[in-house]
Design a protein around this ligand. Structure first.
Ligand SMILES: *Cc1c(COP(=O)(O)O)cnc(C)c1O
Length: 486
């Protein structure tokens, strides 16, 4: 413990020093510069034949290099990915999770950690609106939660249609073809999930959406009605807070459709779920509790360092589809006496305790505290959108729903809008001035266009700071236009 305290003190000093010396979200020079820097500072092999180096020295050097070329997630111009600036209490808790190295897969690997996660899941299920029968698990992120949803929904669909367990028979039984319904613009983890679940890209049926991209319930109903009898609808995958626009598929209507057809309804609230903490935004998610399962990510809205994924099911018993396998980790005699870990309800075995950092943050800030942080990000996005709308050189894609601003730069010289905005983003990253996301949004009438996205997850960013980011975008756009003319 004494060595740990010294090392931590030491590296915190390094982080402070590096922080003092930086003004931008990232160092300048782009991929070439970071490669050259790494070639220099990592010249020695990472796996030397012989150890014996002074750990404090080794750590200081690595941490200094790591921090120098880290993206500053608390910088107002770091607005690309869903990386929140984590709370200090969560970071400290995460350190403890590492130091005590508990695991969630077996009782003997973390007795209290298991109790903590179980209770945390209960509270998060209540946040979603689920009742006492709900269950769930923490996961390594939204993608994994969505994959778990697909696996469980698939197994439940096969059990109901064929009375068989896919764990035993696989999918090549009964002559059925599993399919999943979702819109064109859901998160890409759906496609990967379909692959992992043995459904495949050809088994994804895209349901027509309205102008914003939201699923049209009547279309979902029609598709399910017209499905050939050898097709087995595994799930209706809907979005509760889309990654780009932030919209929510019409949950109550889709819940009705899913119920009528006896199809699993999964709501992906990986990003949007944080809005449940906000009194103001919560009504957008009315109907969420009617979903059979929900994905949340507290490393987005939630201010906890990654990973802090959450997978919830309205009926905890559904998780048993993952627990059919008998192993030394869940033998009935141990289970009967309470010596049971969470291996059976996860797709991981060894799994770190993410509950500690989440619980510490939720307890310290409370629902109202987190809600206020979500509201601050929402307000900031409205402020940024209003500013974009006033700029002649910028085009706003839509009014913010949660905390994104979608826009593009309009060069006056007739250059290709997609290529121009793509170059603009790369130039800002190369200069180290701003980290923005680029997204491909459906164009009315078909095809996709490039837009830029500000993903606002820092509640401490002020309007003036966001103005500065937009000023930098405008300046970089003007410079790119000038370069194109010369
Ligand atoms: C971020 C996100 C995911 C993926 O979550 P990861 O934690 O990055 O795996 C899935 N769905 C939506 C809607 C998201 O915004």
């Amino acid at each position: 413990m004494r060595q740990l305290r010294t090392l931590i003190d030491d590296v915190l000093g390094v982080l402070e020093d590096v922080g003092k010396g930086r003004a931008n979200p990232v160092a300048p020079g782009g991929p070439t510069a970071v490669r050259a820097y790494a070639d220099d500072v990592l010249a020695e092999p990472l796996l030397p034949a012989t150890g014996g180096g002074n750990p404090a020295e080794v750590l200081r050097k690595l941490v200094e290099a790591y921090a120098n070329w880290s993206v500053d997630v608390s910088h107002p111009a770091t607005v690309a990915r869903m990386q929140c600036p984590p709370t200090a209490v969560a970071v400290a808790a995460d350190l403890v999770a590492g130091a005590l190295n508990q695991s969630m897969h077996a009782w003997e690997a973390g007795p209290f950690a298991l109790e903590l996660e179980r209770r945390l899941i209960e509270d998060l299920a209540t946040l979603v609106g689920y009742g006492a029968d709900a269950g769930g698990t923490l996961t390594a992120g939204g993608s994994i939660s969505n994959v778990m949803a697909m696996l469980i929904a698939r197994d439940e669909a096969y059990r109901r249609r064929l009375g068989r367990s896919t764990f035993d028979s696989g999918l090549a039984v009964g002559g059925v073809r599993p399919v999943v319904l979702c819109t064109e613009t859901v998160h890409f983890s759906v496609d990967r999930g379909a692959s992992i679940a043995g459904i495949g890209a050809d088994g994804i049926i895209r349901v027509p959406a309205d102008d914003l991209g939201r699923m049209i319930p009547a279309e979902a109903d029609r598709i399910l009605r017209e499905l050939p009898s050898d097709c087995l609808p595994v799930m209706l995958f809907v979005c509760a807070g889309s990654t780009d626009f932030g919209w929510v598929d019409p949950l109550p209507e889709l819940a009705r459709v899913a119920r009528e057809h006896g199809v699993w309804l999964h709501a992906d609230a990986a990003y949007g779920g944080g809005a449940l903490f906000s009194e103001r935004l919560r009504p957008l998610f009315d109907g969420l509790a009617e979903a059979d399962s929900v994905t949340l990510d507290l490393h987005k809205f939630g201010w906890v360092p990654a990973s802090a994924g959450v997978f919830l099911t309205r009926d905890a018993a559904m998780l048993d589809h993952l627990a059919v396998q008998q192993t030394s980790l869940n033998s009935p005699d141990d289970v009967a006496e309470g010596f049971v870990g969470r291996y059976g309800h996860s797709i991981q075995a060894t799994r770190r305790c993410d509950a500690l950092k989440i619980a510490a943050t939720l307890r310290a800030y409370g629902r109202d505290g987190i809600g206020a942080m979500v509201d601050a990000c929402h307000e900031l996005s409205r402020y940024g959108a209003a500013r974009v709308a006033r700029e002649a050189k910028l085009q706003l894609a839509a009014e913010p729903v949660l905390s994104t601003v979608l826009f593009r730069y309009l060069p006056g010289d007739g250059s290709d809008l997609d290529a121009f905005n793509s170059s603009l983003r790369r130039q800002l990253m190369r200069d180290g001035h701003a980290m923005l996301a680029r997204v491909f949004l459906p164009r009315p009438g078909g095809g996709k266009d490039v837009w830029l996205k500000l993903m606002l997850l820092n509640p401490d960013t002020t309007g003036e700071q966001l103005d500065q980011v937009i000023d930098d975008v405008l300046a970089a756009g003007a410079a790119l236009e000038a370069a194109g003319r010369s």
